[in-house]
Ligand binder design. Structure first.
Ligand SMILES: Cc1cc2nc3c(=O)[nH]c(=O)nc-3n(C[C@H](O)[C@H](O)[C@H](O)COP(=O)(O)OP(=O)(O)OC[C@H]3O[C@@H](n4cnc5c(N)ncnc54)[C@H](O)[C@@H]3O)c2cc1C
Length: 429
């Protein structure tokens, strides 16, 4: 027979809310502590306010959003709360969803607030004790056992504590990595925190007139490669990505940049000064580009070379491409030498967009690193070294791709932690 248990859940984001719901579903008492005045602020800002809730895929493809060690760890949690079961919970609350052709699931209303409000209703109905404006100061541990939390200088006893305080990006919204620091202080292994799904700042910054310019469908990569820098498991990380590239006042952003930012940060950490490189005509081979050039040359030998380049990149960056190719503007196609033509084609396939100055961790959609997965049971999310202590969500060392993977990981690990804390605290893994 399970005895009645009082569980503290610290952090009212996706992971914490689902943990609290799972505790209540198992018939135990849940208190959810959130330092902000409202729960789920990251849900509100997710997907540009539209909230890419999850990825519409079976549990196994869901793991494809993560590097292999993280995917292996998450497998059980993804089975415990699948994307389908998550969506069923939302549908039952009247939140209709749709799936884009790329598998990303959004609320039909286009409003993240609708998603958050649905979870708030579920928590109220489940009788979760929600305490907002409640900044937990620490987890209380006695003789290797979590016994409660410290709030406003007061010790509050609990039978178990689930830490779901998130990562350290967007610190202004309340995610300051508290749970990761608590874990570290308790001797729980922690993987260094690194940016992921972040923009990239250039040094020197890009020309002012690049700001807001978008290059559609490029293949973005960087040099030097992680392999050449001797980074362990280099092949796990996305070092090249094909999607849109947005230029900003400080550097670059957009889906292609976000996807390779974790690897770029790793290269920087290894002492490199990476350069971002874009293939602006990923669909076309060298021969295709040569054919295009020769066709244009034949049709209009007196047209200027930059008009051809402008067919591949926005006007704002034409000059930069020409500069890299070593051809001055105004040259007629007919006057471009064979060697120059080759250099131009090579530049279109490998345009040096900018030199990386910083991958700002605070601007990342997620934080890589955190509570090390080897210190946490993959079926229970329970700490291997501190009893009755659980971790869920982005506080863990998981960071998925863009596409709803990160919220689903938070929902699923939260649910797994809540279930385990409520039903089977002593289960060995
Ligand atoms: C701009 C942006 C857009 C994103 N878009 C998407 C998207 O569309 N799809 C997707 O899948 N992912 C997206 N993500 C990532 C996703 O939002 C996060 O990975 C996910 O919300 C993490 O959930 P979590 O519950 O682990 O942590 P969080 O949502 O960060 O929740 C942690 C909570 O703990 C609270 N807290 C922290 N410390 C304490 C303390 N000491 N006491 C009490 N409370 C505390 C915080 O205030 C916070 O509310 C986006 C992230 C950002 C920043």
């Amino acid at each position: 027979m399970t005895t009645f248990r009082r569980i503290a859940v610290v952090g009212g984001g996706a992971a914490g809310m689902l943990a609290a719901l799972a505790v209540r579903a198992a018939g135990q008492h849940a208190t959810l502590f959130e330092r902000n005045k409202r729960l789920g602020i990251k849900i509100l800002i997710s997907g540009g306010g539209k909230c890419n809730i999850t990825h519409n895929a079976l549990p196994r493809p869901m793991e494809q959003g993560f590097i292999p060690p993280e995917a292996r760890f998450l497998r059980y949690a993804f089975h415990t709360l699948t994307a389908d079961s998550l969506l069923a919970m939302l549908h039952a609350e009247g939140v209709e969803t749709f799936t884009r052709p790329n598998g990303r699931v959004f609320p039909v209303s286009g409003s993240a607030d609708d998603v958050l409000s649905a979870f708030e209703r579920m928590l109220r109905r489940a009788d979760v004790e929600v305490r907002t404006n409640a900044h937990v100061q620490s987890v209380l541990v006695e003789d290797g056992v979590a016994v409660g939390v410290q709030l406003a200088g007061k010790a509050m006893p609990f039978d178990a504590v689930i830490v779901a305080t998130g990562g350290i990006s967007y610190r202004k919204v309340g995610t300051t990595g508290d749970g990761i620091s608590w874990g570290e202080a308790l001797g729980i292994p922690v993987v260094p925190l690194r940016p992921a799904l972040a923009p990239i700042y250039f040094s020197p910054p890009p020309p002012a007139h690049w700001q807001g310019v978008a290059l559609r469908d490029v293949r973005l990569t960087f040099t030097p490669t992680l392999q050449s820098l001797g980074i362990p498991n280099a092949k796990h990380f996305n070092q090249t990505w094909r999607d849109d590239l947005l230029l900003t006042h400080r550097g670059a952003s957009g889906p292609a940049v976000l996807e390779i930012s974790r690897a770029v940060a790793l290269a920087q950490e290894a002492g490199a000064t990476p350069t971002l490189i874009a293939d602006v005509a990923p669909e076309q081979t060298h021969q295709d580009l040569l054919d295009t050039f020769l066709d244009r040359l034949q049709a209009s030998p007196t047209s200027e070379i930059q008009t051809l380049v402008a067919g591949f990149v926005p006007q704002a960056v034409v000059e930069s491409v020409m500069e890299q190719a070593g051809i001055e503007s105004g040259r007629k196609l007919g006057a471009v030498r064979r060697q120059e033509r080759e250099k131009l084609i090579a530049t279109l396939k490998q345009w040096r967009v900018g030199t990386v100055g910083e991958v700002p961790i605070d601007r990342g959609e997620v934080t890589a690193g955190g509570i090390a997965l080897r210190g946490v049971g993959p079926t229970t999310m329970r700490s291997q070294s501190v009893r009755n202590l659980y971790f869920a969500g982005e506080a863990l060392d998981v960071a998925g791709r863009v596409g709803g993977y990160n919220l689903q990981a938070a929902f699923s690990t939260g649910w797994a932690a809540g279930q385990a804390a409520a039903t089977n605290p002593e289960k060995e893994e």
